[in-house]
Design a protein around this ligand. Structure first.
Ligand SMILES: Nc1ncnc2c1ncn2[C@@H]1O[C@H](COP(=O)(O)OP(=O)(O)O)[C@@H](O)[C@H]1O
Ligand SMILES: [Mg+2]
Length: 609
């Protein structure tokens, strides 16, 4: 197996924080296994005294014969002892199960939390550059599999211990049979390890890859369903999905067969030992096997107790091997360093203050997986309490500027300075509290309208209603079946684009930001909805510093300054009229832009895209 050492390291990593619990569990297992062996130990005198066989050949015979019970018949005494020990074992077994489940649940719980903890501390870039399906896989299937693997490891431990005790017992009972078993066992283990388990691991890796691929396709199908419907490409996606599922099925069948082989081989081995043992006994004793029935019977019972444990051991080991890729995925995820987010933690932080201006100073930016700079040597100023607009063709880098301002990414070089302080030197949460961001899409989650506006903020219901009124959302909220308590989002009622934006505006108002960043906030709306949303924005943003990334020129006409962006560089700046007079880039964009409709004379709906 390629990653055996690694797996031990991973298991150690999973169990390390719970050493104490594991220690207690292990001791309870030890007691349980010992008691169980002792119970089988009592069958031997029962058979011998029952059949009135008087043997003196083994260590066990001598042990039993050294004990006397006065007038009581040993047969009866051993029967009573067996009964008492069985009751004690039942109690111990319940405790062992409890401790086992507790260990499993605790380790699993820690893993779950660690994964989410790690995830929530990842920089935005991590989410943007990884497939959603892969991230989902780690937090869902992989964590689940890891939990099950932990369960299996605990069970495996239990069974190993059980088998070890029984095998030692069988050794004491009959040296010859034990030696035979050990030789067969060694051949068997060699065969299993080199032929079966390494294959199970390889197949599990393949299975894991296919499961991930399926999860990615499934996820893409759901998130892209609208486009998929409209382009009538359902069959194409169904084809992709079927292929992925077929791959999984093939791998599964193989992996499952491999996993079951050890169990089958086990049964064969052990019953062969019993059959050969019986035949051997017959020939060795020349047909007078009765005196040995005590030993033989006890041995059979011991083997019979060992079989299920041995079987379970092997199937658990097989399953653990199968689950290794998932555990490795979780382990690697938890081990990934956070170098990308170092900037979030290592710089001493200041209280956020904003008096004069936000300045981009020779800012360059390149996305991690690209060669080309998206933002090149960008230097411009946004004055406090003014309206600044950024326009440009699609792909010019407008959203990238918004991303930098929203701290989703850091400039590759150059700085963003607020009143002579680098943006990074402020406490990020402090800054983000003062920043209101409204994008093209608004995230609505499955909960009431009220909670969607609150979005985790500590505020009362009156403040929420006040914010909704300012955002022009109160009226439509009251028209829903349960007003502010109406469930929206995934399984709730669907909102129109304009309604969603008004919820988002209410969310922003509640946070009382100083800076408002609008990235094509109305571009997905129709003219009337746009007009209403723009009115709300104008109403709430009177004293704010507003940065509008514009799609429709109507939204930038009144800006104090308009920056025209081309391929990541500012090529023109000024007011609307000045820029038109220049007859340059802005003029071309303005005249090139298609005119949609003009339901309102104030709204020239020219579009730059
Ligand atoms: N996450 C990303 N990874 C790599 N390239 C990106 C990413 N986001 C945007 N880009 C690229 O950066 C350029 C500018 O994109 P963007 O800022 O979204 O433009 P705009 O908002 O002006 O349309 C585009 O060429 C786009 O393909
Ligand atoms: Mg954009």
């Amino acid at each position: 197996m390629t990653s055996k050492n690694n797996s031990l390291q991973i298991l150690y990593f999973l169990f390390r924080p719970h050493r104490k619990l594991l220690g207690i569990y292990f001791v309870s297992l030890l007691v349980f296994s010992l008691l169980d062996v002792l119970r089988v130990f009592l069958i031997y005198p029962l058979i011998n005294y029952g059949l009135n066989i008087n043997q003196n050949s083994t260590l066990i015979d001598r042990i039993y014969q050294s004990v006397s019970f006065g007038n009581l018949h040993p047969f009866l005494v051993y029967a009573i002892v067996l009964s008492i020990i069985s009751i004690i074992i039942a109690g111990v077994e319940v405790s062992v199960s409890y401790l086992g489940s507790k260990t499993f649940a605790t380790v699993r719980d820690t893993t779950d939390r660690s994964v989410f903890n790690k995830l929530k501390n990842r920089p935005y870039e991590y989410f943007a550059s990884h497939k959603q399906g892969d991230i989902l896989y780690i937090g869902q299937q992989a964590v689940e599999q890891t939990g099950l693997a932990v369960f299996n490891v605990v069970g495996f431990l239990q069974n190993i211990l059980f088998c070890l005790f029984y095998l030692s017992f069988i050794f004491i009972l009959s040296f010859k049979i034990s030696t035979l078993m050990l030789i067969l066992g060694a051949i068997y283990v060699f065969f299993m390890k080199n032929i079966i388990f390494s294959r199970i691991y390889k197949h599990s890796l393949v299975l894991n890859r296919f499961a991930r691929a399926k999860s990615v396709i499934y996820n893409e199908f759901i998130s892209g369903i609208k486009t998929i419907f409209i382009t009538d490409s359902i069959d194409f996606w169904a084809g992709n999905y079927n292929k992925a599922v077929y791959n999984i099925r093939r791998s599964y069948v193989f992996a499952m067969i491999l996993q079951r082989l050890p169990g089958a081989a086990n049964n064969l081995l052990i019953f062969q030992i019993i059959a050969l043992g019986a035949a051997g006994l017959y020939y060795i004793t020349d047909g007078h096997f009765l005196p040995y029935i005590g030993i033989f019977g006890t041995l059979l019972l011991a083997l019979y107790r060992t079989i299920p444990a041995l079987n379970a051991c092997q199937s658990q080991f097989g399953t653990i091997v199968q689950q290794l890729p998932a555990i490795e995925a979780v382990y690697n995820f938890l081990q990934e360093n956070n170098s990308e987010s170092i900037y979030l933690n290592n710089v001493p932080k200041k209280e956020f203050r904003f008096q004069n201006s936000i300045i981009f100073k020779n800012a360059f930016f390149r996305y991690n997986d690209t060669q080309k700079y998206t933002i090149k040597n960008l230097s411009f100023t946004i004055k406090k309490s003014t309206k600044t607009a950024i326009v440009g063709n699609s792909g010019a880098g407008k959203t990238t500027i918004a991303n930098l301002l929203a701290l989703l990414y850091q400039p590759t070089s150059g700085e963003i300075i607020i009143d002579e302080t680098n943006l990074n030197e402020f406490k990020h949460s402090d800054y983000l509290k003062r920043l209101g961001y409204l994008g093209q899409e608004t995230f609505i989650y499955h909960d009431s309208i009220k909670e969607n506006i609150r979005f985790g903020l500590d505020c009362n219901d009156d403040e929420i209603i006040e914010a909704a009124k300012l955002a022009d959302a109160h009226e439509f909220i009251m028209s829903t079946s349960e007003g502010y308590e109406t469930i929206i989002g995934d399984q709730g009622i669907k909102l129109s684009g304009g309604q969603r934006q008004r919820i988002a505006i209410a969310r922003i108002i509640l946070r009382k930001p100083e800076i408002l960043l609008l990235d094509e906030a109305t571009s997905s709306l129709d003219n009337i909805a746009e007009q209403r949303v723009m009115e709300s924005i104008d109403r709430i943003s009177k004293d704010m510093t507003v940065i509008t990334i514009a799609h429709r020129l109507s939204t930038v006409k009144n800006a104090d300054v308009i920056y025209v962006l081309r391929e990541g560089e500012i090529v023109e700046s000024g007011k609307h009229d000045e820029l038109l007079e220049l007859k340059g880039e802005y003029y071309n964009l303005y005249n090139k832009a298609p005119i949609f409709s003009s339901s309102s004379p104030d709204l020239s709906t020219k579009v730059i895209c």
